[in-house]
Design a binder for this molecule. Structure first.
Ligand code: SF4
Length: 219
C-alpha cells in the first residue's frame, strides 16, 4: 500500500496532468449530459474505443434522449444506428435496460450500485462509472488500463487484472473525495496517452518520481 506522501503525489500529479491534457471535449463528459446519456455512453464504451463512440454518440442521444424513445423504435433500426460499434448484443442491452428503467424506475436512471447492477448489460465497471459521472458519488472504477497504471506505479504483482479486489481497494483508497469523475477520467486518459500498454512515456511522465516500474527499468 502506498504511503500518504505517495498517495498525495499520485493523485495531485494525475489530476494536474488531466486538467492540462485530458479529453475534456468528449460530449458524454459535458455537464449537460443527463444520467441517461451517461448510461448510454458507458454501454457504448464497453469493448469499444472512445473514437468509435464519438462517431455515433451525438446523433444517438439526440434521437434517443429517453428510455421510451428507444422502446418506440423498431429493434432493427436501433441495431442499424449502433452497428458501427460492433458487439451485437448491445442492441439487446439498450432495449432491455430501457424496459427496466421505464417499468421499475419511472424512466430515471437509479443512483445505487445494486439497482444499476440489475440493469441489462451493466457490470461493476459500468455501474461505478455511472455513479461517479452522473451522480458524483465517491467511487472508483478499475479496468485493464487502470490496473496497469496502479500495478506499475505501486509495484503490485497482480498486473492487468482489473477484477482483482486489491486493485479496487487501492483505487478507492487513492480516490480524492468529491473528484471521482475527474479521477476516473484522468486514469482512462493517462492510460491511453502516457502509461500505455507498450512503450509507456516514462521520460515525460509526471508520476515518474514514485513509479516502481520506472525505477526498476532504469536501475
Ligand atoms: S513512469 Fe512509466 S510506467 Fe510509471 S506511470 Fe509513468 S508512464 Fe507508467
Amino acid at each position: 500500500m502506498p504511503s500518504p506522501n505517495q498517495a498525495t503525489f499520485f493523485v495531485e500529479n494525475l489530476l494536474t496532468w488531466y486538467e492540462e491534457n485530458g479529453r475534456h471535449d468528449l460530449p458524454w463528459r459535458a455537464d449537460a449530459a443527463t444520467p441517461f446519456n451517461v448510461l448510454v455512453a458507458e454501454l457504448m464504451l464497453q469493448q469499444t474505443s472512445a473514437g468509435q463512440v464519438l462517431n455515433v454518440y451525438g446523433d444517438f442521444v439526440q434521437k434517443y434522449p429517453t428510455p421510451e424513445s428507444i422502446l418506440d423504435t423498431p429493434q432493427e433500426e436501433l441495431a442499424d444506428d449502433i452497428e458501427s460499434l460492433g458487439l451485437r448484443k448491445r442492441t439487446r442491452y439498450f432495449r432491455e435496460a430501457s424496459e427496466q428503467l421505464v417499468e421499475n424506475y419511472d424512466s430515471s436512471v437509479p443512483d445505487t450500485r445494486s439497482e444499476l447492477l440489475e440493469l441489462q448489460g451493466v457490470g461493476e465497471y459500468t455501474a461505478t462509472s455511472v455513479l461517479a459521472h452522473a451522480f458524483e458519488k465517491d467511487v472508483a472504477a478499475v479496468d485493464t488500463n487502470v490496473a496497469r497504471i496502479l500495478s506499475r506505479v505501486f509495484g503490485l504483482d497482480y498486473d492487468d487484472k482489473p477484477e482483482a479486489s486489491e486493485n479496487w481497494e487501492l483505487a478507492e483508497e487513492l480516490l480524492p473525495s468529491g473528484r471521482s469523475s475527474d479521477y476516473i477520467h484522468a486514469l482512462i486518459d493517462f492510460g491511453a496517452e502516457v502509461c500505455t500498454a507498450s512503450n509507456p512515456s516514462c521520460e515525460s511522465c509526471p508520476l515518474e518520481g514514485i513509479c516502481e516500474y520506472r525505477s526498476e527499468e532504469s536501475s
